[in-house]
Design a protein around this ligand. Structure first.
Ligand code: UDP
Ligand code: MG
Length: 317
């Protein structure tokens, strides 16, 4: 009998002690109905609650549970990357621990991949029920903007929950940039992706780790990681100001020559100086953002450090 195909489920966890056991039971139930072998890769992203104990217990009970525990909180992006680097399956999925990514979609997803037409099946929320309106509005604007100014194809409402075939996972592992923005990376590497829409599900227990400022920062990071448009914004601003001020200079010069009109207005001059100063600082700030990213990139610091695991793995990557 040929060996069964394997699927690896990557689960980034940060303070998820309340939901992890529920998640495990639900996912296991679904996986058992599918004709696959599986491993569940739990990544503990420096949780401060009992998440790690919970992982140890699960891995003792079930040999298919692998856990990687970080030395501190490195963020969901690093947790996902650690998962990708350590997943051994022919198929790999990323899922949130809070059951906002319905495990019941998995059988359908794997069927689509097996039919051979696609390399990955991704999910997107078609509603944002249960989310503050202002957050939804900003999210929609973000997706509109980033699709206009970058070549990473990012779908509105896309979640990180997707099932991929091995070649795609290998491509992701190869993308070893320090500043990671997975939604952009998935789009950038290409491959044939099918989108599955689903209704938003609220988290079963525990709390979201995102507040408004955190999300705004994430959005700005996404734009900077995948677009150089803000940089050219600075050049266009500069060019515009130069043309405008040169024209004004000519106007003032000829007015003086023809009408002998002295230019009055100390206040207006100061306003103009401050205005230009403001724009200069703004553009410098944009350059600073890119420089900061480049700085972190050239340092080549590891993405994560694993302090404990039940699998023999690269501790630092
Ligand atoms: N998460 C993580 N590290 C972090 C923050 C979040 O691994 O620093 C995990 C978290 O445990 C969850 C997933 O990322 O499994 C999504 O987080 P959350 O549910 O808070 O985000 P939301 O669904 O509200 O966007
Ligand atoms: Mg969530």
């Amino acid at each position: 009998m040929p060996n069964k195909e394997t699927i690896s489920i990557i689960v980034p966890c940060y303070n998820e002690q309340e939901v992890l056991p529920v998640f495990y039971t639900k996912v296991k139930k679904v996986l058992n109905t599918m004709d696959v072998d599986y491993e569940i890769l739990l990544v503990n992203d420096g949780s401060k609650d009992g998440t790690l104990d919970c992982m140890r217990e699960l891995s003792k009970k079930d040999e298919r549970v692998v856990y990687l525990s970080f030395s501190r909180n490195f963020g969901k992006e690093s947790a996902m990357y650690a998962g990708f680097c350590n997943a051994t399956g022919d198929y790999v999925a990323v899922m949130d621990a809070d059951l906002q990514d319905p495990p019941s979609l998995l059988p359908q997803m794997i069927d689509i991949l097996r039919s051979g037409e696609y390399d990955s099946v991704a999910t997107r929320r078609v509603s944002r029920a249960g989310e503050p309106h202002i957050r939804s509005w900003f999210a929609r604007q973000f997706y509109k903007l980033i699709n206009k100014i970058s070549d990473a194809d990012i779908v509105d409402g896309a979640r990180d929950f997707r099932l991929m075939k091995r070649p795609m996972v290998d491509a992701i592992v190869e993308m070893c940039e320090y500043n990671r923005f997975s939604k952009g990376i998935f789009g950038w590497i290409g491959f044939r992706t099918k989108w599955l829409p689903f209704e938003n599900v609220e988290r079963v227990a525990g709390e979201t780790k995102w507040n408004f400022w955190g999300l705004l920062k994430y959005a700005i990071d996404g734009i900077i990681n995948f677009s150089q448009a803000p940089l050219s914004l600075a050049s266009w601003f500069g060019l515009g100001m130069t043309v405008f001020s040169f024209t004004m200079l000519l106007v003032v010069f000829f007015r003086k020559l023809i009408f002998g009109d002295p230019v009055a207005g100390w206040a207006s001059t100061v306003c103009v100086i401050i205005f230009i100063g403001g724009i200069q600082m703004f553009c410098l700030g944009i350059i600073g953002q890119y420089l900061a990213k480049t700085y972190m990139e050239v340092k080549k610091r590891p993405h994560y450090i694993i302090a404990e695991s039940n699998r023999n793995t690269n501790k630092i990557k």
